[in-house]
Design a protein around this ligand. Structure first.
Ligand SMILES: [Zn+2]
Length: 502
């Protein structure tokens, strides 16, 4: 029980902790993006914009940004984001940044770094600070993928971006948004972060110490994000858009002029599907940022050789429905010119909707799959090739190859023909227990359950069809203890041990 004194000291410790949890320039947690800062560099840029204008007008060069992705798991090594997905992420980023003539590529030799630490995998700001400051690598964009980035979808902080795995799916705009912050862009609603307002009322002249942008463009150079081609926007929460890509919420500027927010901006808070662009001024600022604050990123002046547009995968083994030992499948293919990475996947469907095995390899054209592949199935496998610069899956689908699995090492003929599982085991007395049999042939099965002393408890004869079969075994008459489940067929007999608990 807490005494008054100990309660006071606990409160004191909590206050101390809260204070120490605030490194300088710390963003305030928000539901979506955790970045609430205005970049000091961007203030400098606005003040020196005219001096940079000559460079800007002539500048049509592509800028190439090297990326290292830090994949963070928990202390046990679980929860790692699949590397194969990061190609899709950077491929989408390259589409989103193409109008800015900015292209991302994997840092040669250092595409991925792995960290296993639960306090980084699901972190508060302290954990995020420690993670970035102890592991960030110079002269490239450092992207971290964790489960929980301090309660946000993502944030940009201490010259790195940190993304939640749940916000990194296909079609997301979170990566483009956080990279935009990294290259100095603020939210178009800068100043409104964490501030609520009754939008039926005209907005105040300033919010959060920042002048509120007006519709007549009279203060756009100093108000909000300080860009004049981003309209006023006061919405600092996630919002959905109208078919016209505007906010449903009507707002009023300090002069009482009504407007709706522009939903197309990656830097705003409209839902991912509404967004699709950076403005010209935002693009100029990001490019100027790369030429100055992030000049060390500009190491490549042209892309490395790409993969050929029409490259095909030539499967070496297994092919033609060959039969393989299910827990030891050697998958091999022919090298693709200029490929640095291969993503190997095994599925039970040619569309790969369920993937049993997925592995990204580099420097080899073979994989030994020993885990995750089911026995006694017809399976599809495919290989996708990438390079540090070629991050997109070819638009023409690659035909998969086919193989079958068996337990070839089994001395029992029945086990070779069928994959048999009994679950749950142990089972509570009275709860249903299911015998699953995936068989390659039809079988006449005699099923018997007997107790530890050999007494017969249950017996029935049933027909097993090729494919998946499901038999429920009643347990309500069975007391707690050990039992034997025997499966007798003309192809052989198999006995499984069963434990029943109270
Ligand atoms: Zn943001």
């Amino acid at each position: 029980m807490l005494t008054k004194n100990s309660l006071l000291s606990v409160i004191f410790l909590l206050v101390l902790r809260a204070l120490s949890a605030q490194p300088t320039n710390q963003p305030v947690p928000a539901a979506w993006c955790g970045t609430h800062e205005y970049s000091a560099w961007l203030h400098w840029y606005h003040d020196h914009k005219n001096e940079l204008s000559t460079l800007r007008d002539l500048d049509t060069a592509w800028l190439y940004v090297p990326v290292t992705i830090h994949i963070v798991g928990d202390d046990n090594g679980s929860g790692l984001y699949p590397e194969g997905e990061t190609f899709r992420i950077l491929c989408e980023m390259n589409e989103q940044y193409a109008p800015a003539r900015i292209r991302f590529y994997f840092m040669p030799g250092e595409p991925f770094v792995y960290h296993f630490k639960s306090s980084w995998y699901e972190h508060n700001w302290d954990g995020g600070y420690e993670m970035i400051t102890t592991t960030k690598i110079e002269d490239r964009l450092n992207c971290y993928i964790v489960k929980d980035p301090a309660g946000n979808c993502g944030y940009s902080w201490i010259d790195a971006i940190v993304m939640g795995r749940g916000c990194s799916g296909p079609g997301n705009s979170t990566w483009a948004h956080e990279a935009g912050h990294h290259f100095s862009l603020p939210h178009p609603f800068f100043g409104w972060e964490g501030n609520a307002w009754d939008f039926a009322q005209p907005a105040p002249p300033s919010v959060g110490g920042v002048p509120v942008e007006k519709m007549d463009s009279s203060n756009c150079f100093i108000a909000g994000d300080r860009f004049c081609d981003t309209r006023p926007d006061y919405l600092s929460y996630r919002w959905t858009c109208t078919p016209d890509k505007e906010s449903t919420v009507l707002q009023k500027d300090p002069n009482g002029v009504a407007f709706r927010s522009d939903a197309t901006l990656y830097m705003g808070y409209a839902l991912d599907a509404c967004t699709g662009r950076f403005t010209n001024e935002q693009i100029e600022a990001m490019r100027a940022n790369l030429y100055t604050e992030h000049l060390s990123y500009l190491q490549a002046s042209s892309p490395e050789p790409n993969l050929q547009d029409d490259f095909g995968i030539s499967y070496v083994s297994p092919i033609d429905s060959a039969t393989e030992q299910y827990n030891n499948v050697w998958l091999q293919w022919a090298p693709v010119p200029n490929a640095e990475f291969y993503l190997v996947e095994v599925s039970n469907s040619p569309f790969f909707s369920v993937v049993f095995f997925s592995k990204l390899v580099s420097g080899t054209t073979a994989v030994n799959a020993t885990k995750g592949i089911p026995n006694n199935r017809t399976l599809y496998w495919r290989v996708r090739a990438f390079s540090s610069w070629d991050l997109c899956t070819p638009t023409t689908a690659q035909a998969p190859a086919i193989f079958r699995t068996r337990n070839l090492s089994s001395t029992n003929e029945l086990e070779r023909l069928a994959e048999i599982t009994l679950a749950p085991n142990p089972v509570n007395s009275g709860a249903p227990m299911v015998l699953s049999i995936n068989s390659s042939e039809s079988l006449d099965l005699l099923l018997t359950v007997s107790d530890a002393s050999g007494r017969l408890c249950h017996q029935n004869r049933t027909f097993i069809y090729p494919g998946d079969n499901r038999l429920e075994i009643p347990t309500y008459q069975l007391e707690a203890g050990f039992y034997f489940v025997s499966l007798q067929t003309t192809q052989g007999t198999l006995v499984k041990r069963l434990v029943i608990t109270q």
